[in-house]
Design a protein around this ligand. Sequence first.
Ligand SMILES: Cc1ncc(COP(=O)(O)OP(=O)(O)O)c(N)n1
Ligand SMILES: Cc1ncsc1CCOP(=O)(O)O
Ligand SMILES: [Mg+2]
Length: 367
Amino acid sequence: MKEAGCDDESTNGVVVMVEPYSQTEQIQHVIYRILDANLDRAREGLRIIEEWCRFGLNNAQLALECKHLRQEIANWHTPQMRAARDTLGDAGTELSHPQEEQRANIKSLLQANFGRVQEAMRVLEEYGKLTHPNMGKAFKQMRYRVYTLESTLLGYQRHQLLLRSRLYLVTSQSENLLSTVEAALKGGLTLLQYRDKTADDTVRLEQAMKLRQLCHSYGALFIMNDRVDLALAVDADGVHLGQQDMPIAIARQLLGPQRLIGRSTTNSKEMQGAIADGADYIGVGPVYETPTKVGKAATGVEYVSYAAKNCPIPWFAIGGIDPNNINEVIDAGAQRVAVVRSLMEAEQPTLVTQYFLSQLYRVKANA
Ligand SMILES: Cc1ncc(COP(=O)(O)OP(=O)(O)O)c(N)n1
Ligand SMILES: Cc1ncsc1CCOP(=O)(O)O
Ligand SMILES: [Mg+2]
C-alpha cells in the first residue's frame, strides 16, 4: 500500500503537496491486489487439474469443464486488477508450506489443487462483493461447480480403477490382516474388500480405517462388506452388498453416484436385477463349494460362462478359486476373480497375487 501523504512535487520553488491517495482508493487498491492474486491462483490450479483430465484420463468432458471455468475466471480479470499487481512488494511470494514441496501421488496433487482453487474462489466471492454486484454470486456458483468437478473426477477415477482390477481380495479374520493385505498390494492388488462377519463395530471401524489408508497409499480401492454406514464412516470407495443386504437403491441414495456398489449373484435373475438396480460390479458364484461361505450351493463354471456371454458390467468369479483351478475359471470366460483363502492363507501372498494376475492378464477385458 502506498504511504499516505508522502508524495510531493516542486513547482517554481513552491512546494505543493500532492493530494494523497484517499483511504477509499488505498483500500480499493488492496482489494484489486487480492482479486488479481486469487484470480491467477484459481486459474493456475484449474490448469493443473485440466492437464490430468486431458492427458492422464483422456476425458475431454472433464477437461472442457476446467477450460470453461478458467475462461469464466479470466473474464473477471480487469485491467485495473492487473495494474494493481506488485509482485516485488508482495510479502507472500516467499511463503510456502513444506507440504507444498511434496506430492505423494496424483491423488494428493489433485486434492491439493482442488483445495487451492476452492480457497481462491472463496476469497474472490467475498472480496468480489466489494467490487462488483455480481462477482460474489458468480464465484459462489463457480465454487459449487468445482466441488461437482472434484466429486465427478474422483468417481471417474474409481470406475477406471475398478475396470482395470482383475483380482479382488476379500479378507477374513486374521492376526496378520494388515501385513497380508500389504503383501498382496505389493504384488499388484488394486481392489480389496474388508469382510469380517463377527467383530464388534469398534474393531471393524478401526481395521477398516487402517485398511483404507493402506489401500489408498498403494493406489488401490477399498470396499466395505455389508455395511453402508461403516463405508461412509471410513470414507471407503464403496460397499459390497449380498442379496440379503440393503437394497442397491437405498445404498445409492446414501452413498451417492461416485462410490462403488457391488452385488452378489448366483444366477441370471439376480444378475439382471443387479444390473437394473445400478450395481457397478457383481460377484458371480460361489463357483465351487467353499468353507468360507458354508451352506451356499456352488453354481459351477456354467454360471461363469453365462456371465461371460451376458454381463455388460465388471464381474468377479468367486468361491473356491485357487492357483490350481484359476485356469478352469478363466477358460470358462472369467477375466476377473475374487478370493479369500487363496491369499489370506497363503504363505507368500505377494507371489500368489503375482501368479493370479499373470494368468488373468493373459485374457482381454471386455466390460
Ligand atoms: C465380490 C464378492 N462377491 C460375493 C460376496 C458375498 O456377499 P454376500 O452374499 O452378502 O455374503 P457375505 O460376504 O456378506 O457373507 C462378497 N462378499 N464379495
Ligand atoms: C464371500 C463369498 N461369497 C461367495 S463365495 C464367498 C467366499 C469365497 O471364499 P474362498 O475364496 O475362500 O472360497
Ligand atoms: Mg453380505
